[in-house]
Design a protein around this ligand. Structure first.
Ligand SMILES: [Zn+2]
Length: 237
């Protein structure tokens, strides 16, 4: 009897450990760092003109249609037509769960979608991908007149730009725009944590990793910034 209980306990413990490992590595079966490496490798291939365009055939469509989707990363990026996320990371069908919106802002709809990618689909990595020459950020920096709907859309960019303007007294418009694009990337991560108790807890528990990156629309290169500089403080709020 004792031996039976011990064997059963071991079996249950093994199951629990397997479940914990699965939760950490997400539905894709890889960790956040492995997911990050996969995106880095894909972008390197893309920049080198050596893209392999994986997972874009009928077999992959059928596999994901029947077996469901298990993307390994959630990416929040801009709607800009020069930022085709699957292309620049050299990925295909069912690989990345992409949210695209002008200025890669993290508002209710975007955050809800990111929550689905992270929690329901189990993608262990969340990337906020900003890009050079972003029109939405530029419009806010220049204080351009926009429609009522666009005004609401770009509202989350306003504090990021205001922060840059208060910290850097410069007449160099290009510098202001570049700094604002980076600040807006961090703003989206901070907004995500502030508005999503779920994603904040998942990040604090190590179930997801949230990183910022900047795509250069000319060179094709993605610069990786890593986690928010105040990540620990934001997660502790
Ligand atoms: Zn943009």
């Amino acid at each position: 009897m004792k031996r039976y209980i011990t064997a059963m306990t071991v079996a249950i413990l093994t199951m629990c450990m397997a479940t914990a490992a699965m939760a950490f590595s997400g539905g894709a079966g890889i960790t956040a760092d492995e997911a990050l490496a996969r995106l880095k490798e894909g972008n390197t291939r893309y920049v080198a003109g050596a893209a392999v365009a994986p997972h874009q055939d009928a077999a992959r469509r059928h596999e994901t249609a029947v077996g469901g989707q298990h993307p390994f990363a959630t990416v929040l990026s801009c709607a800009d037509s020069r930022v085709p996320v699957e292309v620049l990371f050299d990925q295909g069908v069912g690989d990345v769960f992409v949210v695209r919106v002008a200025g890669n802002v993290a508002n209710t709809d975007e955050i809800g979608t990111m929550e689905y990618g992270a929690e329901h689909l189990g993608a262990p990595l969340v990337v906020v991908l900003a890009h050079t020459k972003c029109g939405a950020v530029t419009a806010v920096v220049k204080g351009e007149h926009v429609t009522e709907n666009i005004g609401k859309l770009v509202a989350p960019i306003v504090p990021a730009v205001a922060s840059v303007k208060s910290r850097f007294a410069t007449d160099d418009l290009a510098e202001l725009i570049n700094r604002s694009i980076e600040a807006n990337m961090w703003q989206a991560i901070a907004d995500t944590y502030a508005k999503s108790p779920l994603l904040k807890k998942m990040a604090a528990d190590g179930k997801i990793k949230v990183v910022g990156a900047l795509y250069d629309i000319d060179s094709g290169d993605v610069h990786w910034f890593g986690e928010h500089p105040s990540n620990a403080a934001l997660l502790a709020k």
